[in-house]
Design a binder for this molecule. Structure first.
Ligand code: ATP
Length: 540
């Protein structure tokens, strides 16, 4: 299974950079979600890796194969990249049954495959199963109807599942079962003789592949009926649609259709599977159910999944790594909980988490003991104590060096032939502070931001109702869900969001005392929007 590597990928339409200098490595067997607001470049990124969109520049490697390299003029088409797609509008063919929908793509595959003696292989399957005649009998006998007649269709389906065989082998087995005076022993002897003959004649290995001088012989061929059937059955078992094979899409619910679409994508065993909001057409309950299915699929298939979504819950719950993009620029690429606990900047902190994070402006500076004293919420004094030792001076120096380097790089780039200035400029994320009376930002002048300006990030679950709490507020609103309640507390002009677990009765307008009780409070630099440190907060 391959690793996918993107190096300095750009996609530009005129002056608009849909993807801006994206470099990342998607490790083998990862489940990466591309997350970000509408229009940030998620779909474009996915389409470029898949080969459906041509990057303006950069290099993409899948496994050990370079599939795109602008400097070398390499661009391997999508159908040669051995990847599967599943899009929001999955469109099944309405005039084909479920079985045909899944198998259709497989009938068109023609590639170098081992040469196999299918007759000998089927005979060997039959011998294996006939050696346990009681099991076959049991499976078939379970399919008697009210009139004591065996339902052939059901029996064949049961045999397919019980012995992991194709419908053709299952039909043969069934015909043996109903044959008058069928003698299992002599049939096994007969089949074994045939297998032996084929093996001697064709020089086969244990998997019935032709051998030539000890090497497996390959041929450029299409998949045969038996192989296609086995592949269709395998994927239908995974997504549990075995019983719908003969139905037409119109006879299925939305969720069932979605499963067929997934099965169709999985059937050719793609080592990389690209999905673009595949669950967005489903209702909330089904979407949740399908999320579990996708997780299972990921484990069972061992494939690498790359998944586009703008639903942060979906991204958090499914991903092994989240790739957060804004304005075409990669913001953070890490496991979901890392992103949640230590977001790289204000944008990420705001985008991930529901209810959203509280941002609190703070003005102050670092003390000799490493803590940072801040004035917050119109009159409270706070002390941020970083979890790890922090040298703010050094941090700022590195920040400025980084910015300076970026500027130099951009200057150098702008001198390159064909350079186009980015029209959609990157800006420090405009975070939102909730207030009782919202102000119109556009009317106020841009404030002068200095190195004494900070922003605290406080996740709602870090806000605790505590009778000894230092913050004094009033319940402004409450949303109980049964398991927990989201509360909005007014402190002066400000509103803070908290989460309280348990079914506490909360009265609007009642007085509460709060504490910010966690060692996961974030301190951001207001100038650059970047995180400085995580730590705890003492309020006085
Ligand atoms: P969404 O969640 O809304 O699907 P996205 O992050 O997937 O958003 P993309 O489809 O990758 O967004 O598009 C990124 C940006 O590129 C958008 O602003 C879009 O308008 C622009 N874009 C996409 N295709 C083209 C095109 N063919 N020509 C010009 N601009 C395009």
């Amino acid at each position: 299974m391959p690793e996918i590597k993107l190096e300095h990928i750009n996609k530009r339409w005129g002056k608009f950079y849909a993807v801006d200098d994206l470099s990342m490595t998607i490790r083998d067997n990862a489940f990466v979600t591309l997350l970000g607001p509408s229009g940030c470049g998620k779909t474009t990124t996915l389409r470029m890796i898949a080969g459906l969109e041509t990057p303006t520049s950069g290099k993409i490697t899948i496994g050990d194969k370079v599939v795109f390299d602008s400097s070398m003029g390499i661009n391997i088409p999508a159908n040669k990249r051995k990847v599967g797609f599943l899009f929001q509008n999955y469109a099944l063919w309405p005039n084909m049954t479920v079985y045909q929908n899944i198998s259709f793509g497989l009938t068109n595959i023609k590639e170098e495959m081992p040469k196999i003696d299918f007759e000998a292989k089927t005979n060997s399957d039959l011998v294996r199963i006939l050696k346990t005649p009681d099991e076959v009998r049991k499976v078939v006998e379970e399919c008697r109807d009210k009139n004591d007649k065996i339902d052939e269709k059901r029996a064949v389906l049961k045999l397919i599942d019980a012995f992991t065989i194709s419908q053709y082998t299952a039909k043969t087995l069934f015909s043996y079962h109903i044959e008058k005076g069928f003698d299992t022993k002599s049939k096994i002897a007969d089949l074994e003789a045939k297998i032996k003959e084929s093996k001697e004649k064709n020089n086969l290995d244990s998997e019935f592949r032709y051998l030539d001088k000890g090497k497996v012989v390959t041929e450029n061929r299409k998949m045969n009926k038996e192989e296609i059937d086995l592949a269709v059955r395998r994927v239908s078992r995974i997504v549990k649609i075995g019983m719908f094979m003969d139905r037409y899409p119109a006879e299925l619910s939305g969720g069932q259709q979605q499963r067929v679409a997934i099965a169709r994508t999985l059937a050719p065993e793609p080592s990389v599977l690209f999905m673009d909001e595949p669950l967005s057409n489903l209702d909330a309950k089904l979407r949740l159910e399908m999320r579990y299915e996708l997780q299972r699929l990921h484990v069972e298939t061992g494939s690498t999944f790359v998944y586009v979504t703008h639903d942060q819950m979906e991204a958090m719950t499914l991903a092994s790594e989240i790739c957060l993009i804004n304005n075409g620029v990669l913001q953070q690429y890490q496991p979901p909980l890392e992103v949640y606990k230590k977001p790289a900047n204000l944008f990420v902190a705001d985008f991930v988490g529901n209810p959203s994070i509280n941002f609190i402006d703070g003005v102050g500076g670092q003390n000799d003991d490493g803590s940072v004293s801040l004035d917050i919420l119109n009159g409270y004094k706070a002390k941020f104590i970083p979890s790890n030792s922090l040298d703010l001076g050094k941090w700022r120096k590195e920040r400025d060096e980084f910015e300076g380097k970026k500027l130099l790089e951009l200057k150098a780039k702008s001198k390159e032939k064909g350079y186009v200035e980015k029209g959609n400029k990157d800006e420090v994320f405009k975070y939102h502070i909730q207030k009782v009376v919202e102000e119109d930002d556009s009317l106020s002048e841009d404030p002068v931001i200095t190195d004494r300006d900070f922003v605290l990030g406080v996740r709602p679950e870090c806000l605790v109702v505590d009778e000894n709490g230092k913050l004094e507020g009033e319940i402004y609103g409450a949303m109980p869900t049964g398991m927990e309640s989201t509360i909005k507390v007014r402190i002066g002009d400000y509103l803070l969001t908290g989460v309280i677990f348990g079914d506490l009765a909360i009265r609007i307008g009642s007085k509460v005392r709060l504490n910010i009780n966690s060692d996961r409070i974030m301190l951001f630099d207001r100038k650059s929007g970047k995180i400085i440190a995580t730590g705890s907060l003492e309020i006085s």
